[in-house]
Design a protein around this ligand. Sequence first.
Ligand SMILES: *Cc1c(COP(=O)(O)O)cnc(C)c1O
Length: 240
Amino acid sequence: MALSVEPGGENHDLAAGLARINAGVADAARAAHRDPAEITTIVVTKFHPASLVRDLYALGVRDVGENRHQEARAKAEETSDLEGLRWNFIGQLQSKKARQVRRYAAAVHSLDRESVIAALADPDPDYPEAAPLPGFLQINLTDDPGRGGVNPAEVEAAATRVLESAALDLRGVMAVAPLDEEPRVAFARLREISERVRRLKPEARFISAGMSHDYAAAIAEGATHLRIGSAITGKRPEQR
Ligand SMILES: *Cc1c(COP(=O)(O)O)cnc(C)c1O
């Protein structure tokens, strides 16, 4: 009989990884005088099989994240029986595929280019009655304009574009900390950008920031949605 492969690689203990991160999030929240209940941990399952999503669900996880449309769609289909499971799309979107994300995603964290916003700005003609799609404006915190995310100088224009769309519901901002900078310094800039967005729409107050290695810094700067992968799931399988 073939040996079954454990989620996250042989012998990886998913429950222990999850418990460790939950405790770390609670500690970081306490240190920042925040209520851990206002922080959502999205478990990033990219490159892992749908069976890992099932295992996470059994452990109580309801928010998962994926960064590639085809993979996300396939896993959402394979796990469509899991009630209350929310798929968060966190990767770069191609405008041609953007509209399809609406079919399975509970939220899109990577609204950035005008073409992507435009692709999602109109209701899906096949589901015109669908609720507006919750979205986060991704901010480029690096000084490389070629990276994903809206340039900080263009935040008001991009946010306004999202706010004008009846098919999108702006919830806040999202960012990845640059590799060459202290994460807390970068997340402090994100917090200021979040305040600018809230001047346009007070309810758009959420901040999607913080990954396996920098989530405590993100919590210190107000993150409400963490996107954590490897610290919970173990090493990702070979990237295809
Ligand atoms: C993969 C990914 C994460 C999670 O990264 P880890 O270091 O595994 O926690 C978070 N955000 C985005 C946008 C990602 O692509």
